[in-house]
Design a protein around this ligand. Structure first.
Ligand code: AHR
Length: 355
């Protein structure tokens, strides 16, 4: 029996006992999301319970953003490979095609299905309070992965695990300075003209990377942001936006692409315009994610550097669920460690990459 059902049963027994003893006595019900009281919790060193079988499978409803990028596909694969029946799970995923409203509908659907856990990768940050309040009222713990939500009520989710997108934005400034040095350009000298392909507007990945870069680039007064526009994290839109940038700005020195797929689109547009990019080219390409295709692009001499964003959240979410099932407390917020990868090291590092 899953922890959610044990808690529901316990609550029912407690309420029945209280009603029997006190007639019509009433009182506030304990939060359905609260972890089991410490006196009931097993010791953290206890072995994990054996994998459940049959009806005891843990039912996980995963609300995914979409299939917009290599990163996203790796993230979906990580979840699917972790939450298998053999591992003790019934797993359902909704691909919301990058539409926040579809994600809200999917959560309501999972509430109706009475899943044991809702795992949410939110498309954008705003507008979650009502539907997550409904999940809370239904006693379904919500685990958020990857991007974050904006809320003043942190009881609406049990735990979050993902990337520090603001830090990634800061790291991209250092990455650009180093990439310029790697091609013999002093990052502190001369005007450096930059354009940015932003991700989905209002998503944590876009907000953090845009804000982090804007804040830290102030350390380089000679860097000039010519323009920023959203390519919605897809190669196709990244290419479209880059084509427009190339027409408007003849003197672009740097492209910041807020994910690898938009960088691939930008590289196509640059080549089609008869310009060059990468470590030996005129335009420096700084990207985010560091998926395998980005390493291929660096090895091919097209991309200069990619700031890592790690998509392998399946085992991390499973760790949270296992801890909750064992009555243990979990970290409310957990950041993933990430690195930065340059073209000069790409061939050596690529064989070690898992996604
Ligand atoms: O939220 C993570 C971002 O979403 C990745 O950078 C991007 O590739 C994905 O679409």
């Amino acid at each position: 029996m899953t922890m959610k059902r044990i808690l529901a049963l316990l609550m029912a027994v407690m309420m029945l006992t209280a009603l029997t003893a006190c007639g019509n006595a009433t009182g506030p019900a304990p939060s359905s999301q609260a972890p089991v009281a410490s006196s009931q919790a097993p010791d953290a060193n206890d072995p994990a319970p054996a994998a459940p079988a049959g009806d005891d499978l843990i039912y996980v409803g995963f609300v995914q953003v979409g299939a917009e990028s290599d990163w996203r596909m790796a993230n979906t694969k990580s979840m699917q490979e972790t939450f298998t029946e053999a591992n003790g799970y019934k797993f359902e995923m909704v691909d919301a095609q990058q539409q926040t409203q579809k994600q809200i509908t999917a959560i309501r659907d999972f509430i109706q299905k009475d899943v044991d856990y809702i795992v949410l990768a939110p498309n954008t940050e705003a507008g979650w309070d009502t539907v997550l309040g409904e999940a809370k009222d239904a006693g379904i713990p919500v685990i958020i992965v990857d991007r974050m939500i904006q809320t003043n009520d942190d009881s609406l989710f049990t735990a979050w695990v993902g990337s520090n997108f603001l830090q990634e934005g800061y790291d991209a400034v250092e990455a650009l300075a180093t990439a310029l040095k790697n091609k013999g350009i002093d990052p502190t000298e001369g005007e450096i003209n930059i354009v940015t392909l932003q991700g989905t507007m209002g998503s944590s990945a876009q907000i953090g990377r845009t804000d982090g870069f804007a804040e830290k680039m102030k350390e380089y007064p000679n860097w000039k942001m010519l323009d920023k526009q959203s390519g919605d994290f897809t190669q196709e839109k990244g290419q479209e936006v880059m084509e427009a940038f190339l027409k408007s700005y003849p003197d672009i020195d740097v492209v910041i692409a807020e994910n690898d797929n938009m960088a691939f689109g930008a590289i196509n547009a640059i080549k089609a315009a008869g310009k060059t990019c990468g470590p030996n080219g005129d335009i420096t390409i700084v990207s985010f994610d560091a998926v395998k295709a980005a390493f291929e692009s660096m090895i091919a001499g097209d991309m200069d550097v990619s700031v890592e964003c790690n998509p392998l959240h399946g085992p991390r979410v499973e760790g949270i669920i296992k801890a909750l099932e064992a009555g243990q407390s979990v970290d409310k917020i957990a950041y993933v460690e990430e690195g930065t990868f340059y073209a000069k090291d790409a061939a050596e590092i690529m064989p070690t990459r898992a996604y």
